[in-house]
Design a protein around this ligand. Structure first.
Ligand code: DOR
Length: 437
């Protein structure tokens, strides 16, 4: 393992500024930043490229154990590496769901054997596993599905929700859709043959209601809360009313500000079906604005692969979810090229902010002493997202056919190059992320 190297002549995206300088890495950590620093290890001439802190994707579903025909910790992590993602936080809705210390230990073992980038895991909440949730060590948080989605995890009883919020101190991340609204809508609407019904079944009020309940519980019990994949203007407006010092963080997925209904259902059919659903342009624009305003803290992909055959089934049978870990950075770099945002905002939303809010040790910034998780990007490189040319096992993307300008060209994990010019080095292994309590 060679975890020492020197990167020369890149534009470094540092906290607060962009600066042309050199970086050296020794034993997997950033050793020096500056001019004229001595060579260590391999020397990379990164003239014309920008160096960002490695992207952290704080919400993926890599499907292992239980559904490795869709993805596993190896294939998912290879897709991450190709997308410039050096660390990911993986969800517990596996088969069986990860709800005990024993299952968590087994999943960590699998990741140590198979993941080419760094990893962290959520514990799944049920109505019975409070002791496990509080006793498990070194996880990023507790995941609560307040509304049903892929898998069996669901906690929709307000009494149980309150018990979880009231007991313990670890971060709670919620999938905020209110189950009773979803069920009522199911009873009211009767044409289930068309995927366009999906965004009405899981309407804006379901999201807002669950978000409000989670926020109330978080404030009442002073419990750290993260609201996963925000989708509505209504939720953003509500969050704008909260005190700035609140302990609540939120995220948005690129698909929710990039793809809009009804066009996406016409073009993609059930490939565009996910939970919470894609919404109209009004919501997409409001989410982008909330991200720019700092109301939304970070970007996650909710990478949720299902095979094309599974997705090809009629609405009602087709599962919800779409892949995204491999394309998120490129989508944002394309926005940098269109002057919608800056490279510094991208580094903040996709690395520094998730590292901070999940209290990851040694991640999120290009700084001496930090882990050498880095990504070199070429802002001039144009590529078209193409089904069949991806690393995710399902090998399709909702962005198929989209030309994006700005792509990762080298991904470095703990000082080791794991992705270079289109090729993943499958022999690299990532490490478990350490979370401070
Ligand atoms: O669309 C979704 N798919 N939303 C989720 O909450 C779960 C995910 C999956 O695991 O397929």
């Amino acid at each position: 393992m060679n975890a020492s190297l020197t990167i020369r002549n890149a534009e470094l995206v540092l906290p607060g500024r962009i600066e042309r300088a050199d970086v050296s890495v020794i034993n997997g950590r950033i050793y020096a930043i500056g001019y004229g620093i001595p060579d260590v290890g391999d020397v990379i001439n990164a003239e014309g490229l920008c160096l960002l802190p490695g992207i952290i994707d704080p919400q993926v579903h890599f499907r292992e154990p239980g559904a490795d025909h869709k993805e596993d910790l190896h294939s998912g992590s290879c897709a991450a590496a190709a997308g410039g993602v050096t660390s990911y936080l993986d969800m517990p809705n596996n088969v069986p769901p990860v709800i005990t210390r024993q299952q968590m230990a087994e999943k960590k073992q699998l990741a140590a054997e198979k993941s080419v980038v760094n990893y962290g895991f959520f514990m799944g909440a049920t109505s019975e596993n409070l002791d496990e949730l509080n006793a498990v060590e070194n996880v990023c948080g507790i995941k609560i599905f307040m509304g049903s989605s892929t898998g069996d995890l669901l906690v929709d009883n307000p009494v149980v929700l309150e018990r979880i919020f009231a007991n313990g101190s670890r971060l709670i991340a919620v999938h905020a859709e209110d189950e009773s609204v979803l069920q009522t809508n199911k009873d009211l609407l009767n044409d289930f043959s068309d995927v366009r019904i999906h965004s009405r079944l899981r309407d804006e009020s379901a999201a807002l209601r669950a978000t409000k309940l989670a926020v109330r519980l978080s404030l009442q019990y002073q419990r750290r809360l993260h609201i996963l994949h925000l989708t509505t203007e209504d939720e953003c407006d509500f969050l704008r009313t909260l005190p700035r010092e609140h302990r609540i963080s939120t995220e948005v997925c690129p698909q929710h500000f990039t793809l809009t209904v009804p066009e996406c259902y016409q073009k993609l059919g059930t490939l565009a079906q996910m939970n919470p659903p894609l919404r109209t342009k009004r919501h997409a624009d409001a989410l982008w604005q909330a991200l720019k305003d700092g109301i939304i803290d970070c970007i996650a992909t909710d990478h949720a692969p299902h095979t094309l055959a599974e997705k090809d089934q009629p609405y009602g049978k087709a599962p919800s979810g779409m892949p995204g870990v491999e394309t998120s950075l490129a989508l944002l770099l394309d926005r940098v090229n269109r002057n919608d945002c800056t490279l510094q905002e991208v580094a903040f939303w996709m690395s520094e902010s998730p590292a901070k809010l999940y209290r990851m040790k040694g991640k999120g910034r290009i700084e001496v002493g930090q882990d050498a998780d880095l990504v070199l990007v070429d802002l001039t490189l144009k590529k078209t997202v193409t089904n069949g040319e991806l690393n995710t096992r399902v090998n399709w993307s909702p962005y198929h056919g989209m030309e994006l300008r700005g792509w990762p060209v080298r991904t470095i994990v703990n000082g080791q190059t794991v992705f270079l010019n289109g090729e993943v080095d499958e022999s690299v292994r990532g490490r478990e992320i350490c979370f401070a309590r």
